[in-house]
Design a protein. Sequence first.
Length: 299
Amino acid sequence: MSGQCCNNVHLSMDDTFIQWNEILGDPSTSTALVEFVNQKIAGAGGDISALIDEKIEEATSEMKEELQEIIDEKVVEIDPYKIIYRDTTVGDALDDLTKATFTCKVNELGEYEKGQTLTSLQVSWEMSENPYSQKIVRLRNGSIIENIPLDVNVRSYTFTNVTSDERYVVGGITPDLKEFDVSVEVKFKSRMYYGTSDSPNPSDAIVTNWSSILVDKDTDLGRRIFDCENGDYIYFAVPDDLHLTYDFFSNGMKDGNWVYEVRNLTNQYGYVKPYRIYHTGNILHGYNIYIEVESHDWY
């Protein structure tokens, strides 16, 4: 039986045990409920279950304390752990209401570039208390690669030689014997490169040395600023397997004068994939040229 959360109390009614069908309620009813209980108990008897029955299913610690203070003023003793509440007792029910809920949070993992090998990747998590049992599951493309039981005190686990998208699930049994699982993913992405060149066909080395960001299908490519002091083409090189088409806006105006070619690029890790390499149709001159890119599905 749970440790007692409340003092032994007695209601000024009779000496028989009372069945409470419902015990507390929505926090918004707290003040009204307390006043109602006070009036009923202060009166000459009455059936306590009648006033409780019209109240609730959940309760806050504050409501419990307010009710307990009122009841504690009412003399003699009845053991709340002997008052029937559904399939348990009032004392146990009140203990459950104020008991901390078990929580588990897995910390986010970073983004990495395709072709990169993570020789060591640590997955870590936080828990409100030790679980009854726990494990970590490693999945790739929906298939379980590893299923590892862990000591309940462990809060991190290190995987080795990670080279592609994976999902890690921390799960097990809570202290009150319920199942739980929380997951996190590691993602490997390709880069979008952008820059300027006076050549209509810059080399792979030039393209992959431009500024870049890791992208996927949902990445907002946003707005970039270019300087074409000596006269340059403006370039965007995007992974072809995103299956997106792009609109370009120059200083707020849609610019349809862009062309592209598809060719393979090799990144810094030796990973090869096809890219759509867009550039302005003409050489541009000037400073602070704003180019905004909008993407759309093309199939």
